[in-house]
Design a protein around this ligand. Structure first.
Ligand SMILES: [Mg+2]
Length: 119
């Protein structure tokens, strides 16, 4: 069981992701609707893992990842991606993201990636 912070501007995506993670025994310790909020919240809740959407207003997932990693080099951030975001994904991995999960979510694969990222 891990403490997870979800950062995504889509409430629907957060709801779906939350249900899957809670079912798997994880605890959602925070939900943020953009990268800046996610970055701020990271410092407050100190999660074991962050799920980070890429396309978001105010501050996107890549910039939020960079800010979090700059202050917390051990932070575990899994990117949440939609189709057609390969170059963004490469940039995320280069900036320290541990892995990625794709929308629409495949429950088993998602849980496997989260477990692997936490190991
Ligand atoms: Mg988005």
């Amino acid at each position: 069981m891990a403490k997870i912070l979800m950062v995504d501007d889509s409430r629907t995506s957060r709801k779906i992701l939350k249900d899957i993670l809670v079912d798997a025994g994880h605890e959602i310790v925070g939900e943020a609707g953009n990268g800046e909020e996610g970055y701020q919240m990271y410092g407050e809740v100190k999660p074991d893992l962050v799920t980070m959407d890429i396309t978001m207003p105010v501050l996107d997932g890549i910039e939020a990842l960079k800010k979090i990693k700059a202050e917390n080099p051990d932070a575990k951030v899994v990117m949440v991606t939609a189709a057609g975001q390969k170059s963004k994904l490469i940039e995320a991995i280069q900036n320290g993201a541990v892995d990625f999960i794709s929308k629409p979510f495949d429950n088993d694969k998602l849980i496997e990636i989260v477990s692997k990222a936490l190991a």
